[in-house]
Ligand binder design. Sequence first.
Ligand SMILES: Cc1cc2nc3c(=O)[nH]c(=O)nc-3n(C[C@H](O)[C@H](O)[C@H](O)COP(=O)(O)O)c2cc1C
Length: 153
Amino acid sequence: MSPGILLTTRVGDKINSMVIGWGTLGMVWERPIFVAYVRDCRYTKEMLDNCHEFTVNVPTGPFDKRILGICGGKSGREMDKIALSGLTLVEPEVISTPGFKEFPLTLECKVLYDQEQEASRLGMDIRRSFYTIEKGDHTAYYGQVVSSYIIEN
Ligand SMILES: Cc1cc2nc3c(=O)[nH]c(=O)nc-3n(C[C@H](O)[C@H](O)[C@H](O)COP(=O)(O)O)c2cc1C
């Protein structure tokens, strides 16, 4: 996956995006599913546990790379990252979380299932690299893709 992908959540008026590098797209339970892996400390986890839906936002051409610094390096707990990034909201088709003009390829996902990863079941090489006490664990969110499209610019 390219490092330019966003995962966006919305709770009431609050909209927040974070950069994701991990994610899988495939079929589970005879449904198209996007699985996102979100660390426990992320504001996005709080948002997902409240709204149970998200959009995945993928660029299809050049975009302002400062967006990645903001959405991948700062927390929505402390600021409005969408406003700071200058992202243009686009109304969703099925869920209530928007997409962005600047990241046109959009997956609208409803969370069907989430599972906290058990780092103790992984080999030591992966645990040492990814699961120190400071970093915390991941929760896997299985989102059913209920709509997918490319926003026309
Ligand atoms: C290239 C890149 C990929 C990332 N991938 C993930 C990921 O898959 N899962 C995750 O929990 N955090 C990932 N992050 C970190 C979050 O984007 C970052 O901590 C963000 O500030 C969290 O925002 P939030 O607190 O508003 O949710 C990634 C960051 C970058 C720069």
